[in-house]
Design a protein around this ligand. Structure first.
Ligand code: FES
Ligand SMILES: [Fe+2]
Length: 452
C-alpha cells in the first residue's frame, strides 16, 4: 500500500512539473511579446475609390523596428511612392538614401554593403556613398575623397533620338551634361526612438531636410509609469490613407462599429463618449476637461509634456471615455484615452484607468496606392499578466477588424454632406480640413513619379 501511494505521489508531482513547464513556455513564449500578423494579406484591390487626395502625404513615416536593423544591415524599402536604401552604420546610426546608384542604377538596398563606418557600397561595381551626405566617395576613414565624374544623359531615352548638336564623329545617343562633378544621392532625415526608425518624406525638395514637426519620445512616460512593450498587431488594409486616422475623429461610428465586447455576448456592451479637437483650438484644454480628477490630471500632464508652440498645428487630439454597459442599464467606467494624432500617419493613445495604465502606439505606412500597413503596439503596466495584455491587444484587433470591413469597401467621397449642427459632423469637417495640410505639393510629385 505504501509503495502504491509513493508511486502515485511521485507521478502526481511529475505531472504537476510537466504541466507547469508547459504553462511556463506557453505563457512566456506566446504572450510575453505577443505578435498578431494578419494571416490574410490584403493587396491592392480593384475596388472603385472615387476621386481622392494624393496617396502619399508629407510627414514622418515608420520604416522598421530598431531590432530588425543591426549594425551593418542593409534594407531596400519601397513605400510612400519612394524607393530607398536603409542601413545602419558601424557607428550605430541609421541612414536613408535614394536606392539607385548614380553610376548605372544598381540597387544599393539589394546586396549593398556597409563600408568605412557610415558608407554604403553598390553591389554592381563598388561605388561608395557617404550615408551622411549622399556623396560618392573614395573612403579613407575621416578623410573621404570626393569622387568626381562626367555626367551623360540620353537626349530622348524613350525614342532613342540621337544627339544632333554634338561634334562627335559617330552617332551618339548620350550627350555630356556635366564635366568632373561631385555626385550626390538624395539623403533623407531619419529618427530612431521608442524602438522604431522613422523617415521624413516631403514632396517639396526644400523641406527634405527640414521636418515641420518632431515625433514624441515616450521613453520617459513608459519608464515613469513602470510600463513595458508587450507586443504588436500588423494589419493590411485596402483604402486611401486618410480613411484610417480619420476614424479617431469620427466620434459617431463608435456607437455602430465598436459596441461589441465579444461576439457571443450581447448583454454586455461597450459605451463610448468621444471628443475630437485640433490641438490649436484656443480653448482645447477646457473642452477636453475630464470629470475624474486623476484622469484629468493625467490628461493635462500629457498636454504639458507633448504639446509645444511649434507642433500644435500638426496635432489633432481625441478623447474617449469607455464604459462597460450591462443589460443596457448598468455602467462601469473602464478607461479614458487621450489620443494625439501627429502628422498623417502616427497616433499615440494614452489610456488611464483606475485599474491599469496602457499606451497604444499606431503607425500607418502606405505601401502603395490604396494599400496600407497598420501596426498597433501595446505598452502596459509591468505588473499586468502577459495573457491579459495579449487579450487586450486582441480586443483592439477585434475593433480594428470592424473598421477594416468598412475601409476595405468604401469609397473616398469627394462630395460630402454634413450636418454642422451636430458635434459628430463638425469633428469630421474639422478633421478633413486639418489633414489637408499634409498634401502640400504631393499631387505634382505623384503625377511626376507615376509617369513611368
Ligand atoms: S551601378 Fe553602382 S557601381 Fe555601377
Ligand atoms: Fe473605428
Amino acid at each position: 500500500m505504501t509503495i502504491i501511494l509513493d508511486i502515485l505521489s511521485v507521478n502526481i508531482w511529475t505531472a504537476v512539473f510537466i504541466i507547469l513547464t508547459i504553462l511556463y513556455f506557453i505563457y512566456y513564449r506566446k504572450f510575453r511579446i505577443f505578435i498578431y500578423d494578419q494571416p490574410e494579406k490584403v493587396t491592392k484591390g480593384k475596388i472603385r475609390r472615387g476621386k481622392c487626395p494624393p496617396s502619399y502625404p508629407n510627414g514622418w513615416f515608420w520604416l522598421i523596428d530598431s531590432y530588425n536593423l543591426a549594425q551593418g544591415d542593409v534594407k531596400f524599402i519601397q513605400n510612400c511612392g519612394r524607393d530607398v536604401v536603409l542601413f545602419r552604420g558601424y557607428n550605430g546610426k541609421p541612414y536613408v538614401l535614394e536606392a539607385y546608384c548614380a553610376h548605372i542604377g544598381g540597387n544599393l538596398g539589394v546586396g549593398g554593403k556597409v563600408r568605412d563606418i557610415n558608407c554604403i557600397e553598390c553591389p554592381f561595381h563598388g561605388w561608395i556613398y557617404d550615408g551622411e551626405t549622399g556623396t560618392c566617395v573614395f573612403p579613407d576613414g575621416e578623410n573621404k575623397v570626393l569622387r568626381k565624374l562626367d555626367t551623360f544623359e540620353y537626349v530622348d531615352v524613350e525614342r532613342c533620338t540621337p544627339c544632333t548638336s554634338d561634334n562627335q564623329t559617330s552617332t551618339s545617343y548620350l550627350q555630356k551634361i556635366a564635366d568632373q562633378q561631385e555626385i550626390t544621392l538624395k539623403t533623407y532625415e531619419c529618427r530612431e526612438m521608442n524602438g522604431s526608425i522613422f523617415v521624413w518624406f516631403h514632396a517639396n525638395e526644400q523641406l527634405r531636410h527640414k521636418p515641420l514637426y518632431e515625433l514624441f519620445d515616450i521613453t520617459d512616460e513608459i519608464q515613469k509609469n513602470n510600463m513595458e512593450v508587450r507586443g504588436e498587431s500588423i494589419n493590411y488594409i485596402n483604402c486611401h490613407i486618410q480613411e484610417i486616422p480619420e476614424n479617431g475623429s469620427d466620434v459617431r461610428h463608435f456607437d455602430y462599429l465598436h459596441e461589441s465586447v465579444l461576439d457571443s455576448i450581447s448583454f454586455v456592451k461597450f459605451k463610448w463618449k468621444v471628443l475630437a479637437e485640433r490641438a490649436i483650438t484656443p480653448n482645447m484644454r477646457d473642452l477636453m476637461a475630464h470629470s475624474h480628477p486623476k484622469a484629468h490630471a493625467y490628461k493635462m500632464h500629457l498636454f504639458n509634456k507633448f504639446l509645444t508652440e511649434d507642433n500644435l498645428q500638426y496635432i489633432n487630439i481625441i478623447a474617449l471615455d469607455c464604459s462597460l454597459c450591462f443589460l443596457n442599464k448598468y455602467e462601469i467606467f473602464l478607461f479614458n484615452t487621450t489620443g494625439f494624432q501627429i502628422g498623417p500617419s502616427i497616433v499615440y493613445l494614452f489610456l488611464w484607468s483606475p485599474y491599469f495604465k496602457l499606451t497604444f502606439f499606431h503607425t500607418l505606412t502606405p505601401l502603395e496606392k490604396f494599400h496600407q500597413r497598420v501596426v498597433h503596439r501595446i505598452i502596459t503596466s509591468k505588473w499586468m499578466p502577459y495573457w491579459l495584455s495579449a487579450s487586450m491587444l486582441m480586443g483592439e484587433v477585434k475593433q480594428l477588424y470592424a473598421d477594416m470591413k468598412i475601409w476595405n469597401n468604401k469609397i473616398f467621397t469627394e462630395k460630402l454632406n454634413y450636418n454642422l449642427k451636430s458635434y459628430a459632423d463638425k469633428c469630421l469637417h474639422s478633421y478633413r480640413n486639418w489633414y489637408a495640410q499634409f498634401y502640400d505639393g504631393c499631387y505634382e510629385r505623384e503625377a511626376k513619379s507615376l509617369s513611368w
